[in-house]
Write a protein that binds this ligand. Structure first.
Ligand code: DHE
Length: 520
């Protein structure tokens, strides 16, 4: 009997073992059939965003599966749950986080081919509305990838238009305040005419980009890229390429560019490099004096070149630092910068004139120096920075780099804002259970004097003042969000306008005059 049963079991094991296994869904084929038409056969993006690991860093893999299944409301991303089985969705969600077999490139030909320009100089000779063109706000709404132009006196929208997907960083304005440039994380740069209230054109300058900076004279726009490792300079006139820097340090090591900034007093761009211990300064003055670099190792040519030098427009000066530095704060004279050290616990002060580091400041809790602002406190110039990992604001004396006060907050913050004409600085509590709070700090006492809760349960973030500093505008960071306008002196709410996740807002006057209370 036992023998008979064993034989039966053997037969069953053989039959089951030889049954064909269900076919594994093929990610490449599924991608080609369902995704490539919008996101590009090479995953570099098309109507939809690029689907590469670097571009997806802010989307958790578990969430990616949900987006494929359910789509994204208010975008062109449809739901696939009726077309694809669960395992097919899982395979696709995994596939888009795999690096492509060949690292994608984006060269001058790709940039040129992407360029679309409708009109170079704009179609009007004066603003087409009666509002003060220098007191407009540009509000970036990342909820549905639009921007709103707001009259800064009446707080009434003048125009609303579609932007490239996932804008990041502040838009940059020409010195006369007429044109504004936006950048998306997928590398698209868009030019908009604030007089005609019309899009002028766009170009894709990279695959995964960080931010843009405009030169002091408003002629050149620098684009910082993670992918490829380039810093691209465009003409602001027609978005054509002026120069592409392949980013290699003196030893020939390639690097991503974390960010690029305008240094107005120096007439230059300053770039933070992510992977190498160098800061780059690029002249935007056509008469810039020569920069001698000494012996330079040329990785590409495999040799040492003697006394490399450059002068004039786009001359490159390299400042070596003890370690790669990120996320810069500049003092108001642009003589020094403070950059975050790798350990997330300290910052390094670099004197840009002499070209070397001069101090290290203990700043535990990952300071967000890019959001730092400066003002005068008891006759001294100070700056304050929020921290991304700890609930505090640190106030630093800009004359001796000492920490003069730590202000405890209800949680880690992201942005900090003020204006020359107000005694208050506004800082959010971006992360954690208190993300719906906004602290108001008196710049004279360095104390929190009021805490607002504009929309319970919803993140309150990013404040910008109007031209004369009499009003502060705050964002309710939600798809079903709003901007809330406050009287900057009484701290009372004046108006609320519904918007779709208004991530940041930017006042033309404060930007073009480099107001000390705002980002530049
Ligand atoms: Fe930003 C500005 C870097 C995540 C919203 N952010 C900047 C700038 C840099 C930077 C270098 C300055 C650029 C400029 O204005 O020219 N940001 C980084 C990061 O390294 C970080 C931490 C990780 C990353 O994913 O890149 C990061 N940033 C975010 C977000 O998650 C935010 C909150 C939402 C989003 O839209 O991505 C965000 N960053 C912003 C905003 C600004 C910004 C709104 C412009 C601030 C300003 O007032 O000028």
């Amino acid at each position: 009997m036992r023998h008979w049963l064993n034989s039966l079991l053997m037969i069953l094991v053989c039959v089951l073992g030889s049954a064909p296994a269900p076919a594994e869904p093929n990610a490449v084929a599924l991608y080609g059939e369902h995704c490539a038409s919008c996101h590009g056969a090479d995953r570099l993006g098309g109507i939809g965003p690029a689907l590469l690991p670097g571009n997806l860093r802010r989307l958790k893999p578990a969430r990616a599966g949900k987006v494929i299944a359910k789509g994204r409301p208010a975008t062109q991303m449809p739901a696939f749950s009726d077309k694809l089985a669960e395992d097919e969705i899982a395979v696709l969600a995994d596939y888009i986080y795999q690096p492509p077999a060949v690292p994608p490139n984006w060269n001058a030909a790709d940039i040129n081919e992407s360029r679309e320009i409708t009109s170079v100089s704009g179609s009007v000779s004066a603003p087409t509305y009666s509002a003060d063109p220098l007191n407009l706000f540009v509000v970036v709404e990342t909820g549905d990838h639009h921007a709103t132009i707001l009259d800064g006196d009446k707080f009434a929208p003048l125009a609303r238009f579609e932007t490239p997907y996932a804008l990041h960083g502040g838009p940059k304005f020409t010195p006369d305040g007429r044109y504004v440039f936006f950048m998306s994380r997928d590398g698209w740069v868009m030019k908009y005419d604030l007089w005609a209230l019309a899009v002028i054109g766009k170009v894709r300058a990279g695959i995964n980009s960080r931010n843009i900076a405009i030169s002091r004279d408003g002629r050149h726009l620098a684009v910082a890229n993670y992918l490829p490792h380039t810093l691209v300079i465009l003409s602001t006139r027609d978005l054509s390429i002026e120069k592409i820097f392949k980013v290699l340090d003196r030893r020939g090591v390639s690097s991503r560019v974390s960010a690029v900034y305008q240094a107005p007093q120096r007439d230059s761009f300053i770039a933070a490099l992510k992977d190498v211990p160098e800061i780059w300064e690029i002249a935007t003055d056509p008469n810039a004096p020569p920069v001698y670099e000494g012996l330079v190792h040329s990785h590409e040519k495999g040799m040492v070149e003697a006394l490399a030098s450059s002068s004039g427009l786009f001359a490159l000066r390299r400042i070596e630092t003890p370690e790669p530095l990120d996320d810069f704060f500049f003092d108001p004279a642009y003589r020094h910068l403070i950059g975050s050290a790798r350990d997330g616990k300290s910052a390094i002060v670099v004197n840009l004139n002499v070209g070397r580091d001069i101090a290290r400041i203990d700043l535990p809790g990952l300071p967000h120096l890019g959001s730092g602002i400066a003002w005068t406190y008891q006759g001294r110039q100070v700056m304050a920075t929020p921290h991304l990992k700890e609930g505090r604001l640190t106030v630093i004396d800009l004359t001796d780099w000492s920490v003069i006060k730590t202000i405890e907050t209800k949680g880690p913050g992201f942005f900090l804002r003020s204006h020359e004409n107000t005694h208050y600085a506004w800082t959010d509590v971006f992360f954690g259970p208190h993300r719906d709070l906004m602290h108001i700090i008196d710049k004279r006492s360095l104390e929190i004097v009021r805490t607002l809760k504009p929309a319970p349960g919803k993140t309150a973030a990013h404040v910008e003042f109007d031209r004369d500093g009499s009003h502060a505008i705050l964002s309710i960071w939600d798809r079903d969000g709003a901007i809330v306008i406050y009287d900057a002196a009484t701290l009372e709410e004046v108006k609320r306008i519904p918007m779709s996740k208004p991530s940041g807002k930017y006042n033309v006057w404060n930007k073009i005059t480099f107001s000390e209370g705002t980002s530049h």
